[in-house]
Design a binder for this molecule. Structure first.
Ligand code: ING
Length: 310
């Protein structure tokens, strides 16, 4: 019996600094209702999707930084989203900025969660690959201060049984690193949810700009194919507080083919009925890890960089 899950990529257009969380949640709920109407079982939202992407500007004001974070999930503004998901009977992936006190001190993470159709959080991931810089660079058109505002994720790349298969998450810059997909692939993950906030312009390497969408798709298509998994990449897109953000949200099959792609740079849904058994023939042949992978022969500790053997 083939296992199908209908997945909706819910791309978000710009979120103004002044936009309230309540206003954003209304946009998210509208997309969720439309996704339900298109038969979705799960809706995938972008990275840090409750507010403007504040790492694009510098502040030393602790209270101002904390105001971009959620102290609880669901919280007063997001409960409506959980309630609507439960009412509609579908699950969702949500990226948000997490304030955590569980360790006894304040910690800030760039986080994503998986929520089932009962409104229960079944999985959490905290972004590991934090791009950009921690110092203020006034000479650049915008900042990328994720290393300043977030700690490196401490949960690893997890896998959870959900929607008839095995789901995993990564966030934005993680999608550029093959390790992110491989650690999920080694756990048998069949669908990978990834939100992103990707500026079209890369201040540190402007000559890369022309290849922004190509690198976006190349990363996710390669990760999908080499790990026999569906990859759903969902953008916060459009010109947000003066920063033009890459759109191109897409759903990539385990074959590496893009089966659905957003064409605009605003709030937009694309939906695909995903065959979770499509990756099986690759896992059994080309990417049969047990038969073909030989990490013991690679000559280095794969999880860490090491000196090249003499
Ligand atoms: N944004 C960007 C991303 O990885 C970036 C940063 C852009 C890095 C282009 C390298 C090249 O898509 C986030 N939030 O990670």
């Amino acid at each position: 019996m083939t296992r199908f899950v209908t997945i909706a990529a819910a791309q978000m257009g710009p979120i103004a600094r002044s936009e309230s969380r309540g206003g954003v949640v209304k946009r998210l709920i509208d997309l969720m209702r439309r996704a339900k109407g298109m038969g979705a079982d799960v809706v995938v939202y972008p990275e840090a999707t409750l507010t403007a992407f504040f790492p694009h500007w510098f502040t030393e004001d602790e209270a101002e930084v904390d105001a971009w974070f959620e102290r609880e999930m669901p919280g007063p503004h997001t409960m409506a989203l959980f309630d609507e998901a439960r009412r509609l009977g579908l699950g969702f992936h949500l990226g948000y900025c997490e304030l955590d006190y569980a360790s006894g001190r304040k910690r800030r993470f760039n986080t994503s969660i998986l929520v089932n159709s009962n409104g229960e959080i079944i999985g959490k991931y905290r972004k590991i690959h934090l791009p950009g810089h921690s110092d203020h660079r006034p000479g650049t058109p915008f900042q990328n201060l994720e290393k300043r505002y977030f700690e490196v994720g401490d949960l690893g790349f997890g896998a959870w049984r959900a929607w008839g298969g095995v789901a995993g998450m990564m966030i934005c810059n993680d999608r550029r690193w093959p390790e992110s997909y491989r650690v999920l692939g080694l756990q048998g993950v069949e669908m990978i949810f990834c939100g992103y906030n990707t500026p079209v312009h890369h201040p540190a390497a402007p000559d890369h700009d022309r290849l922004g969408q190509f690198h976006n798709e190349l990363s996710m298509q390669s990760g999908a194919y080499q790990n026999s998994a569906w990859v759903i990449g969902v953008a916060k897109a459009g010109v947000e507080e003066g920063v033009d953000m890459l759109a191109g949200s897409c759903i990539v099959a385990p074959t590496g083919e893009i089966v659905a792609r957003c064409t605009g740079n605003g709030d937009e849904l694309v939906v695909a009925r995903c065959d979770l058994d499509l990756g099986q023939s690759y896992r059994e042949t080309t990417f049969n890890f047990a038969l073909h992978r030989r990490p013991e022969h690679y000559g280095m500790i794969v999880a860490r960089t090491g000196s090249v053997a003499p």
